[in-house]
Design a protein around this ligand. Structure first.
Ligand SMILES: NC(=O)c1ccc[n+]([C@@H]2O[C@H](COP(=O)([O-])OP(=O)(O)OC[C@H]3O[C@@H](n4cnc5c(N)ncnc54)[C@H](OP(=O)(O)O)[C@@H]3O)[C@@H](O)[C@H]2O)c1
Length: 403
């Protein structure tokens, strides 16, 4: 069997680093063809030295210049930049498998390019599916691209389904850890600090997804992701809080049988399954010891504590460009929160206002068509941008009122 040639988009992030960790354990199975990141020159340089890819992409032009200067004179790695560089890395003819591990809506175009070129695509970048899930799945069916979910919950469901979901599947249950504030009463949310919001109890992840986990917007985005990956209507997707993050998700069949996928919270396990699917890699990692874990607990979601989950479910029900608009608004709000622009509890308040403005806009005949339907990637980008602009002006107004 020849080596599988990989492109890893977002190689310097948490998903990217874990993917390279798995790849490094199986040098006869995988060859890294391209690596891509935004501006982390130092780490990309180290990764290039270790994996000798033919191509490296730094999204930011200045960072690409710095990377070229930092590489040894005899390097065989070509350095590209910008969205063109990312899409080039995603559709290189030499590559069979693209890992979509960038954070945010910026992952949309390169992921689409990989799908359009018929590659196997492992998707961690859930934002792509939130923006344009229907379009991506349709495009994959046309080009023969295989989409493999890397998000641990969706990967669990993928593992539980021996065959694609058919009439025998009743529903799926996505588990949620509940994030760092699952035991904090809502009455004490005013005291939350940014450091606490970033400190996920079970998973080590990038800052954006960590904040999304604290608000549970992450679970909302995952419901949207699951809706398209598994072709299920929202009523057939349940969310359950499971604080131990051992049961990664479950499927229930028409006879009431439930199959769950279990494992320690370590992204290298779902990543390895994506890399080797349909076979499995003999991974030497700490193993699950259920006697040590002792208890597996499950609770329904406290809607008062996690209003962002309801906002995402509502956007899915509205359909069209609403999920993309919510995603854009959320990225803008989380980025501002990470810069300390407002308090944690304001995240949901601002997003709620953005969704209210979306509904007002949709009630008008002249609403932008991208908010009604997503037919192209450009529609998805425009709807996402609408959400960003709306959130930005709400944030500005709040900041001006406070000062
Ligand atoms: N981390 C997890 O365990 C986990 C689990 C499930 C799903 N996911 C999903 O996986 C995705 C990545 O999450 P993460 O936690 O790995 O994020 P992260 O640690 O913040 O890493 C983000 C990666 O994306 C790159 N990136 C950001 N903007 C870019 C741009 N404009 N062009 C090129 N590269 C860009 C970053 O490059 P620089 O380093 O140069 O900025 C970095 O490599 C997210 O969609 C998240 O929801 C993550």
């Amino acid at each position: 069997m020849g080596k599988q040639h990989l492109t890893i988009l977002g190689s310097t992030g948490s998903i990217g680093r874990n993917t390279l960790d798995v790849v490094a354990r199986f040098p006869d199975r995988f060859r890294v063809h391209a690596l891509a990141a935004r501006n982390n020159v130092e780490l990309l340089c180290e990764q290039i030295a270790a994996f000798q890819p033919a191509l490296a992409v730094m999204y930011e032009a200045q960072a690409a210049q710095r990377l070229r200067a930092a590489l040894p004179a005899k390097t065989r790695t070509e350095v590209l930049t910008g969205m063109e560089g990312l899409t080039e890395a995603a559709r290189c003819p030499e590559v069979q498998h693209v890992i979509s591990g960038m954070v945010g809506a910026v992952g949309l175009l390169p992921t689409y390019a990989a799908i359009a070129s018929g590659k196997r695509v492992s998707i961690a970048n859930k934002e792509t599916l939130v923006l344009a899930g229907e379009l991506m799945v349709r495009q994959a069916a046309e080009t023969g691209s295989t989409l493999i979910p890397m998000d641990s919950e969706h990967n669990a469901i993928f593992q539980c389904l021996a065959s694609p979901p058919g009439r025998e599947l009743e529903r799926i249950v996505l588990t949620a850890s509940g994030g760092p504030f699952r035991d904090l009463p809502v009455s004490q949310f005013h005291g939350i600090t940014r450091e606490q919001a970033l400190a996920h109890p079970n998973w080590k992840m990038g800052p954006k997804i960590s904040i999304d986990s604290a608000t549970m917007m992450n679970k909302g985005l995952e419901v949207i992701e699951a809706r398209w990956l598994f072709g299920l209507t929202p009523e057939r997707i349940e969310v359950l809080v499971h604080r131990q993050s051992i049961v990664h998700s479950m499927v229930e069949f028409v006879d009431g049988s439930v199959i769950a996928q279990l494992g320690l919270p370590d992204m290298r396990t779902p990543i390895a399954y994506c890399l080797s699917y349909p076979s499995r890699l003999p991974l030497e990692l700490p193993r699950l010891n259920l006697a040590e874990v002792g208890r597996l607990e499950f609770e329904t979601v406290d809607a008062e504590k996690y209003p962002c989950l309801a906002l995402a479910l509502h956007a899915l029900a509205v359909g069209g460009g609403a999920p993309a608009a919510l995603n854009g608004a959320n990225e803008e709000v989380v980025a501002a929160y990470l810069k300390d622009a407002f308090h944690f509890t304001e995240i949901a308040v601002i997003l709620k206002e953005a969704m209210a403005q979306l509904e007002i806009c949709l009630a008008q005949p002249q609403a932008p068509s991208c908010l009604r339907t997503i037919n192209t990637v450009e529609d998805a980008i425009a709807a996402d941008q609408w959400g960003r602009n709306t959130a930005h002006s709400i944030i500005q107004k709040r900041v001006n009122t406070c000062c």
